[in-house]
Ligand binder design. Structure first.
Ligand SMILES: NC(=O)c1ccc[n+]([C@@H]2O[C@H](COP(=O)([O-])OP(=O)(O)OC[C@H]3O[C@@H](n4cnc5c(N)ncnc54)[C@H](OP(=O)(O)O)[C@@H]3O)[C@@H](O)[C@H]2O)c1
Length: 312
């Protein structure tokens, strides 16, 4: 097909879409465009004030939008369980689940309430548990499930002997591992859905390099000098050349979530400048992401770590 734009999103009336981390960045744009096309959208995020603001902005752009906030902290397994229980109690099938929330390259090792390393827990473990717990609703909706990966997965290795980087924390390799895990998880979910007849379509997407809050919320936290230099030099002079807007960054996600010809197991991203920017389309997964034995091993270990399983 020609370049996918928001005009190509089919009518979503009657669908329920859950977008994690949709108070800002690509998640917000995804929620906004799904609402514009008529989906009922759940802003699944951890900060209710930001949630209210996101809903206000969506309703301002789309007065007829049906959008609501549900508290979800991906870094807390109890929060993930409570969120899933609320949706299960409501009983409404989920048509689209976008596992978008994320943090990148936190300078110091942080640990969640459950004792997991923060990036791995937020980006991957929380979303694994969420999808597992929501499986009955995802099956009922024959859902599209979209996992957020990144070009950073290229440098990722799954450290099976130290998944939480307890021995030697390194901000970027930890992020890369979490995004590789999301890519492997998305592909494995599609294989398992096909094998067990769950009826899901699992697709992986990456935004390229999109100008969102990700850098400010991650590698620049607690670094005022770097932040100031970024604002003075990098942001105005270099970044625009190698990145695109957060609206453009959301397009591969929206394509993965809605484009009728996209098949389960697809990996979509920005297609120009080594996948940093440009129109959305199929992109390259590195060999370590295609290792099916490692993906199965990661799936089993994750289920045991979290005490959750995909029970049909
Ligand atoms: N921007 C890029 O160039 C790029 C490239 C590759 C991949 N990605 C991926 O795209 C996704 C979205 O990132 P973004 O660029 O849009 O960054 P962003 O602007 O920082 O947005 C991240 C979102 O995730 C939420 N979040 C963080 N921790 C959370 C938690 N524990 N529970 C619930 N929500 C949480 C944030 O909420 P708060 O506001 O409450 O912090 C925010 O809404 C991430 O998975 C990221 O890895 C982005």
């Amino acid at each position: 097909m020609a370049f996918f734009t928001t005009d190509d999103i089919p009518d979503q009336t009657g669908k329920l879409a859950v977008v994690t981390g949709s108070t800002g960045g690509t998640g917000f744009e995804t929620a906004l465009e799904l609402a514009r096309k008529g989906a009922e959208v759940v802003i699944a995020a951890r900060n209710s004030m930001k949630g209210d603001d996101a809903m206000r902005r969506i309703r301002r752009a789309v007065p007829a939008a049906t959008v609501r906030f549900e508290a979800l902290d991906l870094a807390s397994q109890a929060s993930v369980a409570a969120f899933a229980d609320r949706l299960l109690a409501q009983g409404r099938p989920v048509d689209i689940l976008v596992n978008n929330a994320g943090v990148m390259a936190l300078p110091k090792r942080e640990v969640t309430v459950d004792g997991f390393e923060m990036q791995f827990a937020t980006n991957y473990l929380g979303h694994f548990a969420l999808a597992a717990r929501l499986l009955p609703l995802l099956k009922a909706g024959q859902a599209r499930v979209v996992q957020l990966s990144s070009i950073a997965h290229r440098r990722g290795r799954i450290q099976f002997d130290d998944l939480n980087y307890a021995r030697r924390y390194k901000a970027w390799p930890v992020y890369a591992q979490s995004k590789l895990a999301m890519l492997m998880f998305g592909l494995e979910l599609d294989r398992r859905s096909a094998a067990h007849g769950w009826g899901l379509t699992s697709v992986v997407a990456h935004p390229g390099y999109a100008r969102t809050g990700l850098i400010g919320n991650g590698p620049l936290t607690g670094r005022p000098v770097s932040r100031a230099l970024m604002g003075l030099l990098y942001r105005p002079l270099i970044e625009p050349l190698i990145s695109h807007s957060q609206q453009a960054g959301a397009l591969p996600i929206l394509m993965a979530a809605t484009e009728p010809t996209v098949k389960g197991g697809a990996y979509l991203g920005a297609t120009r400048m080594n996948e940093l920017k440009g129109s959305p389309g199929p992109v390259k997964a590195e060999p370590q992401a295609l290792d099916t034995a490692a993906a199965a091993q990661l799936w089993d270990i994750t289920g045991r770590m979290l005490g959750v399983r995909f029970a049909a």
